[in-house]
Design a binder for this molecule. Structure first.
Ligand code: CTP
Ligand code: MN
Ligand code: MN
Length: 358
């Protein structure tokens, strides 16, 4: 173990939102092993087991040094027996037999492939696997059973499996902002998701749209999508209306107006002047009064968000979503205009976007 001036890991707090989790950390071998098991458990529909592995991996990501021995583990929150065994194996042998077996298994590999397709969730992938389907060619042969979204996912699979670079994400943000401001001059377009957390690559481009004047944002997405489509910049798009305050929310998914799209991004400097690639783009529209909550909710990571909501509920008795922070005692939403204010309302130290890679 190398000596370290960092605080003792014994003080690592229990919730992911109470810790600083940088993108680059010191325990990648361990976290990759645990995250493989987390994915495998999720593929079997066992969310509780999956979460246990994710929690342990997340704690390791926040550790300011390489885990040297099992003794160091006593100080980490949320590491159960099974995780401990896997960590011990990796520490002693350089890999875990259980994890390697999962990685080699036909089921895991097929589920990875299928759930990686735009529009395909765990349940669909599992039912395809049950039916004996194994490859993209198998899926293409089943044509009629695919949704329009899944057809697009298959059609552009190769491009969509190629990571989006930060430069490409910035280019799309600028293009969308120029178009949005042609429709509404003061419209704002913010790059959120993994890129806001400092990731150099991503699987998609997440853009949060708003307008300084409450309500004006409602006139944005329809014309924007129509205009992009007219210019041949969209290969696929699926819009959803805002349902906040209309239907009770069924999941932890927010109810903003949104568009899941595949953009046709020109690639200048690729040699061929007509070169382009397909890129997944998520557009989400938030009114100014909910902007800070939407920004926080759409910056992620998914686990950081889950931990924020769990902390708010269990430790503060408040319900946090991408729309607001609700106090059931006072039967009101607590207003905030910045992320810093939301952390303050929760009684949490502020965590910068680049430290939310839990
Ligand atoms: N999100 C959400 N509702 C959805 C989809 C995403 O609230 N229906 C939020 C997630 O909580 C996440 C953020 O949007 O924090 C970005 O999600 P996603 O693009 O899936 O993940 P990234 O962290 O951006 O990772 P990647 O680089 O793979 O895109
Ligand atoms: Mn993303
Ligand atoms: Mn996304």
């Amino acid at each position: 173990v190398t000596p370290s001036k960092e605080p003792d890991p014994a003080v690592l707090p229990a919730y992911g939102c109470q810790r600083r989790t940088p993108l680059a950390h010191h325990n990648a071998m361990l976290t990759e092993a645990l995250e493989t098991l987390a994915r495998d458990a999720a593929f079997s529909g066992d969310e509780t087991r999956s979460l246990a592995f994710t929690r342990a991996a997340s704690a390791l990501k926040a550790l300011p040094r390489r885990l040297g021995s099992l003794r160091d583990l006593a100080a980490l929150p949320g590491v159960g027996k099974h995780c401990r065994r896997v960590i011990q194996e990796v520490l002693e042998d350089g890999s875990s037999a259980e994890v390697e077996a999962v990685r080699r298994s036909e089921r895991y590999r097929t589920m990875q492939l299928f759930t990686g397709i735009f529009g395909v969730g765990t349940r669909t992938a599992a039912s395809w696997y049950q039916e004996g389907l194994r490859t993209l060619a198998d899926l293409r042969a089943t044509g009629p059973r695919l949704s329009r979204q899944q057809q697009a996912g298959l059609q552009y699979w190769e491009d969509l499996a190629t990571p989006v670079t930060l430069a490409e994400a910035e280019a799309i943000r600028e293009l969308v902002q120029a178009e949005a401001q042609r429709i509404l001059p003061d419209a704002t377009v913010t790059l959120v998701g993994g890129f806001r957390r400092g990731k150099p690559m991503g699987h998609d481009v997440d853009l949060l749209l708003s307008h300084p004047e409450e309500g004006r944002e409602q006139a944005l997405l329809g014309p924007l999508v129509a205009s992009l489509e007219q210019q041949g910049l969209l290969l696929y798009q699926q819009r959803q209306p805002n349902t906040f305050g209309q239907e009770p929310s069924s999941s932890s998914m927010d109810q903003f107006e949104r568009c899941f799209a595949i953009a046709r991004l020109a690639l200048p400097g690729a040699g061929d002047p007509g070169a382009w690639r397909a890129t997944r783009v998520d557009l989400v529209v938030a009114p100014r009064s909910q902007f800070a909550f939407a920004l926080l909710g759409w910056t992620g990571s998914r686990h950081f968000e889950r931990e924020l909501r769990r902390f708010a509920g269990r430790q503060r008795g408040l319900a946090l979503s991408s729309h607001g922070l609700y106090d059931p005692q006072r039967e009101m939403f607590l207003p905030a205009t910045t992320e810093e204010e939301i952390f303050q309302l929760l009684g949490l130290d502020y965590v910068a976007p680049t430290e939310r890679n839990a």
